[in-house]
Design a protein around this ligand. Structure first.
Ligand SMILES: [Zn+2]
Length: 104
């Protein structure tokens, strides 16, 4: 969260931030409620004080090294729907990143 706030403040270039949009993957280990709590406690005194936090929860996405297919799958079921390979590599789903900010 500290990094996010720093990135957001840098992106805002000194402007006051009205809202932050953050992408959180289900495999990032980030608990959205905890993230909100951290934001509420850390935002005061920064450019993001009073800003709205929008959390976009992403879905896990895998890339199959055998056929190259990119696919979404529920956590725990990693087989490629194209060729059945179980060697899919996580391509998205473990991110916690700032997607955009709104400034005033
Ligand atoms: Zn495949």
């Amino acid at each position: 969260m500290e990094t996010l706030l720093r990135d957001a403040a840098a992106a805002a270039g000194g402007e006051k931030i009205r809202a932050l949009k953050v992408r959180v993957g289900p495999l990032s280990g980030v608990v959205v409620d905890a993230l909100r709590f951290a934001f509420e406690s850390m935002a005061p005194g920064t450019a993001a004080e009073g800003a709205r936090l929008d959390v976009v929860e992403t879905r896990p996405e895998f890339r199959c090294p055998d056929c190259g297919r990119l696919y979404e799958t529920p956590v725990g079921a990693y087989r490629c729907p194209g060729c059945g390979s179980a060697r899919g590599e996580l391509a998205a789903g473990n991110e916690m990143e700032l997607e955009s900010i709104e400034v005033q």
